[in-house]
Design a protein around this ligand. Structure first.
Ligand SMILES: [Fe+2]
Length: 261
């Protein structure tokens, strides 16, 4: 398994505080069958700044130490980039990282709302040949209320990442309900842990994939797993299992949400 959204690098944000935390998280990941973790420290969220060059240095050091410790997990560079007005300029300044040096870039909206220039940003990232993945939309209050807002962003070329803990109820009933609605609507492309700590907020990847298999069927579990590998290998995502034509599902969703919200 591959986990594309983790806070495993030591001391960079509110994830692993030090090397011992990093090591414990890596061991927990390995025990679940995870072989690759993309490290996505918070960047430009008003509290943490982790520019590309610093993240890369930490990734190299962490991989050396994990190899020395005999933990069969590798870490790849990335960031969880808060949507902000300077984002495109920051990209041109070389401060931003894609996920594992692919075309995919993990962006985070505020929890309260969808920024008004979000559609323009998705478009501009596409012009740069980047593929934005919106982190945990199920935790955005406006999307929980109006899922069609996510459908519109997906139609413009965005992808979306679901967090295991949301599916499993760790963020409460409302987030859990929203999480399954978005998955079952075909608006989610990849599932990951957003792990911050091996005990307080771990991976739960195996459990989440098990729940997906049980509720949505094995093809969806395989779809999400394959897409996580596509991020690491810089390949385009597959079509979701129930799509019969390239854009039929999205069109159905858009009309459904427009009518129901
Ligand atoms: Fe995160």
């Amino acid at each position: 398994m591959i986990d594309i959204h983790t806070h495993i690098l030591p001391g960079l944000d509110d994830g692993a505080a030090d090397w011992n935390d990093t090591l414990s998280m890596a061991k927990a990941a390995a025990a679940e069958g995870i072989t690759k973790l993309i490290s996505t420290p918070h960047h430009a969220n008003g509290r943490y700044d982790n520019p590309a060059v610093e993240v890369r240095a930490h990734v190299n050091r962490t991989n050396e130490r994990l190899a020395d410790a005999g933990v069969p997990v590798t870490v790849a560079p990335g960031q969880e980039i808060r949507v902000h007005g300077d984002l495109l300029e920051a990209w041109h300044r070389g401060e931003l990282l894609t996920l594992a040096d692919s075309a995919y870039v993990l962006i985070e909206m505020p929890f309260s709302h969808v920024p008004k220039d979000m559609k323009e940003l998705i478009h501009e990232l596409g012009v740069l040949r980047l593929r934005p993945i919106i982190a945990h939309p199920e935790r955005n209050a406006e999307i929980v209320k109006h899922p069609r807002l996510l459908a519109e962003l997906v139609e413009l070329g965005a992808c979306a990442q679901m967090t295991t803990h949301s599916l499993l109820g760790d963020f409460g009933r409302q987030v859990r309900q929203a999480a399954w609605t978005l998955c079952e609507s075909g608006l989610i492309h990849v599932v990951s842990s957003d792990a911050h700590h091996h005990e307080r907020r771990g991976f739960r990847m195996r459990e989440a994939y098990g729940a997906i298999r049980q509720r949505m069927g094995e093809p969806w579990e395989a779809y999400y797993k394959r897409n996580a590998r596509c991020v690491a290998d810089d390949m385009p995502f597959d079509s979701p299992p129930s799509a019969t034509a390239s854009d039929t599902l999205l069109r159905r969703l858009l009309s459904f949400f427009t009518g129901s919200s």
